[in-house]
Write a protein that binds this ligand. Sequence first.
Ligand code: AMP
Ligand code: DBH
Length: 536
Amino acid sequence: MRIPYSRWPDDLAARYREKGYWQDLPLTDILSRHGESDALALIEGERHFSYRQVNQAADNLACSLKRAGLQAGETALVQLGNVAEFYITLFALLKIGVAPVNALFSHQRSELTAYATQIQPALLIADRQHALFTDNAFLNVLVDEQRSLRVVLLRNDSGEYNLDAAIERPAVDFVASPSASDEVAFFQLSGGSTGTPKLIPRTHNDYDYSIRRSNEICQFDHNTRYLCALPAAHNYPLSSPGALGVFLAQGCVVLAADPSATLCFALIERHQINVTALVPPAVSLWLQAIREWGGNQPLASLTLLQVGGARLSATLAARIQDEIGCQLQQVFGMAEGLVNYTRLDDPPDRIINTQGRPMSPDDEVWVADEHGNPLPNGEVGRLMTRGPYTFRGYYNSPEHNAQAFDRHGFYCSGDLISIDEQGYITVQGREKDQINRGGEKIAAEEIENLLLRHDAVIYAALVSIDDSLLGEKSCAYLVVKAPLRAVDVRRFLREQGVAEFKLPDRVELVDELPLTPVGKVDKKRLRQRLDRRPQA
Ligand code: AMP
Ligand code: DBH
């Protein structure tokens, strides 16, 4: 059984193979090539795992899942936080050709249901420590509604759903059988701009290349000690080069539950971390902590700090080298594929002021005007891209794909950028209807649809407001039948089961929403209104 996805045209696929980008190796190879090694692969709290142990644990789980009847070509819904089991599960599923969606730990009922409905999973792996799974209420609903769901395993469950037992039970006669390298390995999550969160099929070949090439640029090797403080499932700390890059290079990944300075500084010092990845708000908090605590001594081992996920201001960027005491690398990427890096040997001006350049010589990136025509260097327009690790279509979304791609297969990311003569990209803004709340993406339409379910709401529009720490926060403009307080709106959304970071930071009641000449809500004007008003 194969999972359907939009393939690359034959001529491009042939080129990517010829150039050695696609090596026709399964992603499982990243781990199994070190399967006999006793080098330290992973640290989480007091738990230490060698490569041999991670690989064995993944084999054990894979074998348990096979015994439970899981088959190649099926899919899984996984929700695990920054714990060792996240990687063990990912590799176990890859080893039996089952493709997971790795939901973020912040996701709630609404997101999990949307993913399950799209992929029809045969398997659910989650954690009793997540509020959704402390009892069986949601689980029963899922099992009831998703007829495909046959197997459930939960971390921290001592009963029938015991994930830990399935990982400990020794594998017998297990031989890995991953899906073919040009088939879907797993689904990545899109930050999205539509009503339902979209899924991105990633193949072994394309993802493996993005990791391998990232390692070359970021110079990850067996001495790399990487702190993963962002959500482990996110594309950035998973593959840019992220934990998978570290595993490929036989370095060591240390997991942190969150990017707070208190936690991370201690881990960096204790485990002699030399590289980590942050979003811009975390950088602000680290800089503040260094000032308050009087120095960057705990960070002495750190040589490289990657920053991405949202626009980093040049002011913050310029402080990193001196105050944190390590080199900055800007990373402008997307779960859809394309990743841009500033290079380690770039001049400071470029590292501070640009979001880098594409990692592959075969990334085709150009800037389009509103009619889809190419613009000259330096002008601001839409980012268009295709390449050896950029997807060719969201899962099961023909209508949205028709909008998101041009007829030559170039993906329009919704970012507004300019490209200089050296090919360096500067992110200038965004055209997609999305709020980037410190790297966490909110699709306006998803929240507007949920708001419209409220009896008192007639119209809803979610827009961004500038925020000095997060870059952007969200404001819901509502036309209502009866007065609503911000707390009521947030409580209502929470009841709809949506992730906390998507709740509006501010709520404004208005008599009507301004419209554009074609009758769409004029969000630009709404944002301008906010600029003129004092903070509530
Ligand atoms: P996602 O769709 O969740 O993978 O998010 C990808 C989006 O995050 C990009 O299309 C950009 O809008 C934004 N993004 C990621 N990295 C950066 C960066 N370094 N600077 C500005 N925006 C970024
Ligand atoms: O924001 C992102 O999605 C992102 C940022 C940096 C990403 O997917 C990546 C690097 O790979």
